[in-house]
Design a protein around this ligand. Structure first.
Ligand code: 3PG
Length: 405
């Protein structure tokens, strides 16, 4: 962190500042479902404007398929989605649909924020070329990476672009500064008992982070790991339970077994659900609760059960540090959100220091109205897990490494 320049250390008055942001919000019918990531970039934008710089704002949105016009329509940063949001916050905005327009407009009215079209509309963003990085670099005098959510990606605007600015002309914004500070503290100095609450559907993404917190020296090792969501079903399968209709590949089961063995070795307790809420047909709003060894094979597990909630509650309440990633069930559907809500309520009320990371759990926290009671909501999903799982995030995360090289 020492060698990373902060925005506040740069002389930006009268200069054009390229801000690589992560404005990758979840959308439904062209509506923003949760503007948490947009709110998080506001301090950086305001600081640049207040200090006389011009903001050149750039981001990706979704993973558009460049062959499909429909994909381009729904992920354009233009008219219906982001521009109205920024205008509602009181910003004067300019929009550039391509880089020629962007270069021309980058010299206009300093007080106007210039928003560039979805960077992933340019194929070179995902297939990095130095020529594309050079074109982007021409748009600004300074480069600020404030897109923590993509620090684990190699996209041109996250990596190669940084090399076109010398050390006094590139750095991190306030959002990334806060993420690094908080996650470094969580990683290196968690007060014990340190409890991990894991859920969601992707076990593989979480492996390095889980392994790190199982193998770390005792003061920073996880004390207990509570597991829900589809991830818990994989662990239950690995222990021989048939939990509804979900199936897992060999590799996932092997990974789950490996983690169980590592936890036993490290004397870390892994707690899996003892009961689950299930439905008997897709879309049904009637849930039934079963103990994990009694779930009908054709049923669909949608949430953890009430006994599991009661089992997790005191562990979270007594923790001094809590990190949660992933939800306990299919929280998007109100009938399946009870477990996620119960766990989030306890995290919000817990006296321990709490951090949550990942799009689903932060949306769920917003939806439950408790996000403001969590000590820190990380804007990253995969990036947060990569940062926590890395031995040296400044070398391992491409976005951070690029700023330091
Ligand atoms: C995220 O949503 O985690 C980030 O915006 C990264 O998006 P990506 O996984 O499409 O690179």
């Amino acid at each position: 962190m020492k060698q990373l320049k902060k925005l506040s250390e740069l002389e930006i008055s009268g200069k054009r500042v390229f801000v690589r942001a992560d404005l990758n919000v979840s959308l439904q019918n062209k509506q923003i479902l949760n503007d948490f990531r947009l709110q998080a970039i506001v301090p950086t934008i305001n600081y640049i404007i207040k200090n006389g710089g011009k903001v050149i704002l750039a981001s990706h949105l979704g993973r558009p398929n460049l062959e499909k016009t429909k994909d381009l329509g729904t992920t354009s940063l233009s008219t219906q989605i982001l521009i109205p949001w920024f205008e509602k916050q009181g910003y004067a905005l300019d929009f550039a649909a391509d880089l020629a327009q962007a270069e021309q407009k980058s010299h206009h009215d300093l007080s106007k924020v210039l928003l560039i079209e979805n960077l992933r509309f340019f194929k070179e963003e995902k297939e990095p070329t130095d020529a594309f990085a050079q074109q982007l670099a021409k748009l600004a005098d300074f480069y600020i990476n404030d897109a923590f959510g993509v620090m684990h990606r190699t996209d041109t605007s996250v990596t190669l672009l940084a090399h076109h600015f010398d050390r006094n002309h590139r750095g991190i914004g306030f959002l990334v500064e806060k993420e690094i500070e908080t996650l470094t503290h969580l990683k290196n100095k968690p007060e014990q008992p340190f409890v991990l609450v894991l859920g969601g559907s992707k076990l593989n993404d979480k492996i390095p982070m889980i392994e790190r917190f199982l193998q770390a020296p005792e003061p920073i090792r996880a004390h207990t790991i509570l597991i829900g969501g589809l991830v818990a079903q994989a662990f239950l399968h690995a222990q021989g339970y048939i939990v509804g209709e979900a199936t897992f590949d060999e590799q996932t089961i092997t990974t789950a077994k490996k983690i169980i063995a590592l936890a036993a070795q490290a004397q870390v307790s892994i707690m899996l659900p003892s009961d689950l809420r299930v439905i008997s047909s897709e879309g049904s709003t009637t849930t039934h609760v079963y103990a994990v060894d009694q779930i009908p094979a054709q049923d669909i597990v949608v949430d953890i059960g009430p006994k599991t909630e009661a089992m997790f509650t005191p562990i979270i309440a007594q923790a001094k540090t809590i990190f949660a990633n992933g939800t306990m069930g299919m929280y998007e559907h109100p009938a399946y959100a009870k477990g996620t809500r119960a766990v989030l309520d306890v995290i919000a009320e817990a006296k321990g220091y709490s951090v949550i990371g990942g799009g689903d759990i932060t949306s769920a926290a917003e939806r439950c109205g408790i996000a403001q009671d969590i000590d820190f909501c990380s804007t990253g999903g995969g990036a947060t897990l990569a940062f926590l799982g890395a031995k040296n995030p400044f070398e391992e995360l491409p976005g951070l490494r690029a700023l330091l090289q």
